[in-house]
Design a protein around this ligand. Structure first.
Ligand code: THU
Length: 135
């Protein structure tokens, strides 16, 4: 990542976290994707009184990025105010691997902790578009 980009990505995720709609869990999440052209696209979790209708921050960022014309991502930043950095849930891992199996993920807490993983480590042996084409 270019110098300063990691900080811009973290800030975008932190700004998104501030806009999270999470009245039921009170667990706010911000996510920001770094696209292959250097663009940064963010998302936040958006909950719903019908709980399963809510969406995670990571998939919010992914949908916003795709509609903006981006389909390849190099990094994902996540920000929460949890005690420890949190990794993306299983559904978000699957959603992300469709577009970027080589994604690098850094998760931050608002108190300054951070942890990093590759998506390949978090989701080994994924089901991918190629999986549909076995004959
Ligand atoms: N959440 C995310 O936004 N991303 C994750 O990877 C895990 C969970 C949200 C969903 C829900 O709004 C709240 O956090 C509690 O699960």
């Amino acid at each position: 990542m270019k110098s300063g980009t990691d900080e811009r990505l973290r800030e975008a995720a932190a700004d998104a976290m501030a806009r999270a709609y999470a009245p039921y869990s009170d667990f706010r999440v911000g996510a920001a994707l770094l696209c292959d052209d250097g663009s940064i696209i963010a998302g936040c979790n958006v909950e719903n009184s019908s709980f399963p209708s809510g969406s995670c921050a990571e998939r919010g960022a992914l949908a916003a990025a795709v509609v903006a014309g981006h389909r390849t991502f190099t990094h994902l930043a996540i920000v929460t105010d949890a005690e420890e950095p949190t990794s993306p849930c299983g559904m978000c891992r699957q959603a992300l691997v469709e577009f970027s199996p080589n994604l690098q993920i850094t998760s931050y807490t608002t108190s300054g902790a951070e942890a990093g993983w590759s998506l390949a480590d978090l989701l080994p042996h994924p089901f991918t578009p190629q999986s549909l084409h076995h004959t």
